[in-house]
Design a binder for this molecule. Structure first.
Ligand SMILES: Cc1ncc(COP(=O)(O)O)c(C=O)c1O
Length: 475
């Protein structure tokens, strides 16, 4: 039921000469004309709206009867009163503004699926939706009055426990549940770290090329980012030390560098930890897709080598479950736990309890490890399909340097004199969401190539069609 949305029916103004029933009438009419209320929407009963607005029931009934008389409302017996379904649908406009032709409409519930080759999206067709719906329904049914209260802003306790158990076994990260903070995803985790540990103008090493949101979050929090080059062993620590020895923090993707896909070598990991402990700097380990490794077992996290407690570990459920879930987590050293408890209390009300509880059930009941295992096999197969199709379509014209893990590949097109930015634009014009590698960093010459997500390439036929379309697009 649509019950007087704020921008449809602001408070009644008793100081004007306009009668109260007229104010109610006009507010509904404007809401309908501005598309805030749509044909078929139910409106509150006269009794409940009168009580909400603090006016007599007869006042609202007078307005409703005028609206019905003019064709705006239509009574539907037991079902109550609705906005007349026969009215034309109006485009919504912003509160307080006059209707304008180009007012932005909110996306409907059925957003279009991501375009082919989109990066960083798990296989949406392979998510166990039925099982998930069952777990969520079970949680919804079991909800008691106490579950309606605020949750712990640091996270739902059973989920923090499940994450700690998972990290210990699968990622080699030894932590207590109290060190785990549930967040709205990686950016929320990074923003929480920055807010808690940094002050304005602090310098932070970031990877070059790297993940743009890392730079954006730090920038917008008033910190100075220092791009540090990445080679095939990961972040070049010596370069970072040369450029900014006194940086307060480094943000790295050691399991699977974003976007190059290399794993940080053990030597570099130790060098980075050594710098952090001597400089009293922090390291944020962004382990966004470390679970996906197709040759051998997943690498232990950098955090597992953190003898001096300098590493904050950031994980996300976007890749291992689905991005619309918007949940991630942060593991902090025990010495920082209290500071983060305070900071998370200040930051927000936490994340929705029912979603956290559902993820906890999914992990606890063993579905999570089964799902990961299935996805690892599926992604290895889908990657092979795309690689084979690209080789068939481009022959020697394409070079694909596969890494041990990840959810995307980098294809380099030999013999093309155009930059990867131009090639990506052509691919995108053909509906293929390839991204230029060079746009991800400040060093350009050797970092040319097209990034392509392979996780949603569902069949050999689709792989062939995509590769043929790409070939035609690139020319
Ligand atoms: C490098 C990197 N880090 C983190 C994430 C996860 O971000 P979020 O939790 O905001 O979905 C992504 C997702 O694409 C990523 O590519």
């Amino acid at each position: 039921m649509i019950e007087s949305p704020d921008n449809a029916l602001p408070g009644i103004d008793r100081s004007t000469a306009t009668p109260l029933h007229r104010q109610v009438y006009e507010r509904f009419r404007t809401a309908i004309e501005h598309g805030v209320l749509r044909p078929g929407d139910r409106v509150a009963s006269a009794r409940s709206l009168a009580s909400e607005l603090g006016v007599a029931r007869g006042t609202v009934e007078a307005a409703y009867s005028q609206l019905a008389g003019e064709g705006y409302f239509c009574a539907q017996g037991q079902a109550g009163t609705v906005v007349s379904p026969s009215l034309p649908v109006q485009r919504p406009v912003r509160a307080g503004s006059r209707p304008v032709a180009d007012a932005p409409a909110l996306a409907g519930p059925a957003a279009p699926p991501p375009p082919p080759l989109q990066l960083g999206i798990p296989a949406l067709d392979a998510f166990p939706r039925k099982l998930w719906a069952r777990l969520m329904a079970r949680r919804a049914r079991a909800m008691g009055a106490a579950d309606l209260f605020y949750g712990d802003p640091a996270g739902h306790a059973p989920l923090r426990e499940a994450i700690a158990a998972y990290l210990r076994v699968s990622r080699g990260v030894a932590c207590q549940p109290a060190q785990v903070f549930v967040t709205g995803g990686y950016r929320a985790s990074l923003a929480l770290v920055a807010r808690t540990l940094l002050v304005r103008d602090d310098r932070v090493w970031i990877e070059d090329p790297g993940y743009a949101p890392t730079r954006d979050v730090l920038h917008s929090a008033g910190h100075r980012v220092v791009p540090v080059p990445v080679d095939d062993e990961g972040l070049m620590v010596a370069r970072g030390v040369r450029r900014s020895p006194k940086a307060r923090m480094a943000v790295v993707t050691p399991s699977h560098q974003a976007p190059l896909g290399v794993s940080m070598s053990l030597a570099r990991r130790l060098q980075l930890l050594d710098w952090a402990s001597r400089a009293k700097a922090w390291i944020v380990e962004d382990d966004y897709d470390g679970e996906y490794r197709y040759a051998g077992a997943p690498l232990p996290a950098l955090k597992s080598l953190d003898g001096h407690d300098r590493v904050l570990y950031a994980g996300s459920f976007s890749k291992v479950l689905y991005p619309g879930l918007a949940l991630g987590y942060l593991v902090v050293p025990e010495s920082l736990r209290e500071r983060f408890e305070n900071a998370s209390r200040i930051a927000s009300n936490g994340c929705p309890q029912i979603m956290q509880a559902t993820v906890a059930d999914f992990m606890r009941d063993g579905h999570f490890s089964r799902h990961l295992k299935k996805m690892r096999l599926l992604y290895a197969r889908r990657r092979a399909l795309l690689v084979e199709a690209l080789h068939k379509a481009f022959g020697d014209g394409v070079r694909i340097n596969l890494q041990a893990g990840g959810m995307h590949l980098i294809a380099r097109f030999e013999g093309h004199r155009d930059s990867d930015v131009v090639l990506a634009r052509r691919a995108q014009a053909a509906g293929l969401n390839c991204q230029p590698l060079s746009a991800r960093g400040t060093t350009s010459v050797e970092s040319q190539g097209l990034l392509m997500g392979f996780t949603n390439v569902a069949s050999p036929t689709q792989a062939r069609q995509l590769a043929t379309r790409l070939r035609a697009a690139l020319g």
